[in-house]
Design a protein around this ligand. Structure first.
Ligand SMILES: C[S@@+](CC[C@H](N)C(=O)[O-])C[C@H]1O[C@@H](n2cnc3c(N)ncnc32)[C@H](O)[C@@H]1O
Length: 449
């Protein structure tokens, strides 16, 4: 049997690669786990060390600031080692502080030399002895939230402007928690109760969601490894994403266009709601992603999906005008609503990214709008929580397109838990609202001319 790597060495290596190459933490972590380099019992700790250190990076850097300022030439691996160890000392109850410090000093000896090991030991012992500096000295509320919850200041200021201090703090705090996995039962093949029973038989701890009739919450286990998933009875999907197919108000036999469809989470839900009748035209820009839509359709036994590679900004030239009953534009976006799942995103996103995205979002809407039949429904959605990509896009689109209006009947199609959040014909769900990802949905209708 090959010798397994030390879990903290591996975590440190991943933290460095993520920082240097701006690599995605989830992909790197999965690949390290798949390579089977660390022992199975260390998988949980590796995930905790990498995600936790990333999640709390700005707070930890505040604690480490005096030491880093005093030792300006510290190499990046030493800083990451200190971060990872402070994370264990402050946030992980199960690891005794002295054990965390001992492991850090051993790594410093292995990777550096005696001098570095002694510096690491000195910094960590000093924190252990003197405690952490207080955040009370930070007077500005946005700066305080930024350091306390480890979110970039530009983003916190933006959110404070849009949602106020209280909601921003709540959102940032929820972003630090681990998300619950949810699944969508394929009701064309099995009832939710039957699916729950199958999952329980396999040892999963699951319960029905009180929000949507097809949703299940997974409290223990990874649904991706279940037989229900393998045999196409289940899709892993956040509940906020499931709302989209409800917003569309689908009727059997209709033709629905999903303009940004990969990997097919919403396309397959729409196809299920069509009861395998009608047709879903599913487009995506990238060939390899289109393949994912087809694979998911096949796994779920859905035969009413036509997936094809297309730049949907050209869709108006590829399909007949007014030929589609309902259109979904689940637009490419900044993903600020799913930060819980991708902590590295907090440090790589730039404010200017948001306005560039608005241009793309508007041109996609522009292109799909003529394809819709009169009285047809157009749903625009994103997994972000920013006005510039959400309400502003819809306001601009409606200003340019008098043939469209907000569809206020949309509220009737939404579950009770969402109704208080609805603002006429759109809804901005924040991650703290119903325990889902942050998500935006607007529902428009084409008028009869
Ligand atoms: C938010 S994701 C879609 C998620 C998908 N609706 C689901 O539920 O699984 C946005 C998708 O838009 C695709 N995309 C971006 N620009 C596009 C374009 N111009 N035309 C078509 N697809 C595009 C991306 O490749 C990405 O897969």
């Amino acid at each position: 049997m090959s010798k397994k790597k030390n879990v903290r060495d591996t975590a440190l290596q991943l933290l460095e690669t993520i920082e240097k190459n701006q690599a995605y933490s989830n992909l790197l972590l999965n690949s390290a786990i798949d390579k089977n380099e660390i022992s199975q019992i260390d998988v949980g700790l590796l995930t905790e060390l990498v995600y936790g250190t990333l999640q709390r990076k700005m707070t930890i850097d505040f604690y480490l600031k005096p030491f880093i300022e005093k030792n300006k030439k510290l190499q990046s691996w030493v800083i990451n080692l200190l971060r990872m160890t402070v994370y264990q000392m402050v946030y992980l109850d199960k690891i005794p502080e002295r054990a965390a410090i001992f492991e850090a000093v051993e790594i410093a000896k292995r990777r550096g030399h005696k001098g570095i090991a002694s510096l690491v030991n000195g910094v960590l012992r000093s924190i252990q002895r003197n405690g952490l500096p207080s955040l009370d000295s930070i007077e500005d509320p946005a700066e305080r939230i930024s350091i306390e919850t480890s979110h970039p200041l530009w983003l916190v200021r933006r959110w404070v402007n849009q949602f106020g201090v209280e909601k921003t703090l709540e959102m940032c705090e929820v972003n630090l928690t681990a998300p619950l996995q949810t699944g969508r039962v394929n009701l064309t093949r099995i009832s939710r109760d039957e699916c729950l029973a199958l999952l329980e038989e396999e040892g999963f701890e699951v319960e029905p969601s009180p929000i949507l009739p097809e949703a299940v919450k997974c409290l223990r286990g990874n649904l991706a490894s279940s037989k229900a998933f393998k045999y196409g009875l289940l899709t892993i999907q956040d509940e906020s994403s499931m709302l989209v197919a409800h917003a569309l108000g689908i009727k059997e036999e209709e033709v629905i266009l999903d303009a940004c469809a990969a990997p097919g989470g919403k396309t397959t839900h729409i196809a299920e709601k069509l009861g395998n009748s009608g047709k879903v035209l599913s487009l995506d820009l990238h060939e390899h992603k289109v393949k994912l839509i087809s694979e998911n359709a096949e796994r779920l036994g859905l035969e009413n999906i036509e997936a094809q590679k297309m730049d949907s900004r050209q869709a108006a030239t590829q399909f007949e005008k007014e030929s589609i009953d309902r259109v979904l534009l689940d637009a490419p976006c900044s993903g600020l609503g799913v930060m819980r799942r991708k902590p590295d995103m907090k440090y790589t996103k730039k404010e200017q990214d948001l306005s560039q995205l608005q241009t793309i979002q508007l041109s996609l809407l522009e292109s799909v709008a003529p394809l819709l039949k009169a009285r047809g429904t157009l749903v625009y959605s994103t997994c972000t929580v920013d006005r510039e990509e959400n309400q502003e896009v819809i306001e601009k689109f409606l200003r340019e397109h008098p043939e469209f209006e907000g569809d206020t009947t949309f509220a009737k199609r939404m579950p009770e838990a969402i109704k208080p959040l609805i603002n006429g014909f759109d809804v901005q769900i924040l991650p703290q609202d119903i325990g889902s990802d942050g998500f935006y949905i607007a529902c428009l209708r084409k008028k009869v001319e």
